[in-house]
Design a protein around this ligand. Structure first.
Ligand code: SAH
Length: 236
């Protein structure tokens, strides 16, 4: 007997997580100024719906932040795209392709759902990520494993960085602090780039910090943003 054909919404292309829905998000990001095709491709490829609760999966390809529990959020895709694009553009130049070169080493503070780290890993970067809420980190690690992504992670207060694994060519901070965290700028390699939301109740701005080969710091403000706060202390 032939099995009855069950038409899953996914199979007929009407699913809220279908390629068509994802492509719409890519066009929206493009319209809002994201131009780096590598970033757009990573966002097209990494299944954001697997980084949120099943109940929210149908909203995963809207350009909006979504709750991930513990009072935290997965960042808005445009913000992920903007931070990733800024990071890639600021990374020190790599040796010519064909040579045996280590990938750029990047550090993310605030693993959350794991989505931003997954985007960085999909881009071929060597990703290190730190999260203070143990339960979020456990779930994110399962996602990395399920997707075959190689991400190094640790349960810690990211305000101290990850000195044993540094210095880093790039650092992304995905939670806002009133000022740039000194331990993190110290773990940035010469020629490296750090992208972080800075500010408190009065509003936050996305800041790019470049460290010259001579150690000189150049700071640029990119766009107003809204992030959850960078907090101290660990939670199981
Ligand atoms: N990059 C995440 C966004 C998560 S929201 C994603 O793609 O889903 C910010 C995250 O930063 C939260 O999970 C929060 O718990 C974490 N966080 C806040 N303060 C932190 C700190 N001091 N050290 C590490 N993580 C921190």
């Amino acid at each position: 007997m032939t099995p009855r054909l069950r038409l899953q919404p996914e199979a007929i292309g009407l699913g809220m997580t279908s390629q068509r829905v994802r492509d719409r998000l890519i066009e929206r990001l493009r319209g809002n100024g994201i131009a780096d095709e590598r970033v757009l491709n990573a966002i097209r490829t990494v299944p954001r719906h697997l980084f949120v609760d099943e109940a929210l999966a149908t909203r995963a390809y809207e350009d909006t932040a979504l709750p991930i529990g513990h009072g935290q959020t997965i960042s808005q895709p445009w913000v992920v795209a903007k931070m990733t694009e800024t990071l890639l553009a600021g990374l020190p130049p790599r040796p010519p392709s064909g040579s045996i070169a280590a990938p750029a080493r990047v550090l993310e503070i605030g693993t959350g759902s794991g989505y931003q780290a997954a985007i960085l890993a999909a881009l071929g970067l060597e990703v290190h990520t730190v999260e203070r809420i143990g339960e979020l980190l456990r779930v994110a690690r399962k996602r990395f494993r399920a997707l075959g992504l190689n991400v190094r992670s640790k349960h810690d207060d990211g305000r101290i960085g990850w000195s044993g694994n540094g210095p880093f060519d790039g650092i992304l901070v995905t939670a806002a602090a009133p000022a740039l965290v000194e331990a993190l700028t110290e773990q940035l390699a010469p020629g490296g780039v750090l992208v972080a939301p800075v500010g408190g109740g009065g509003g936050q701005v996305l800041v790019r910090l470049r460290k010259g080969a001579d150690g000189a710091i150049e700071r640029t403000e990119l766009a107003p943003v809204v992030f959850v706060p960078l907090l101290s202390g660990l939670i199981d």
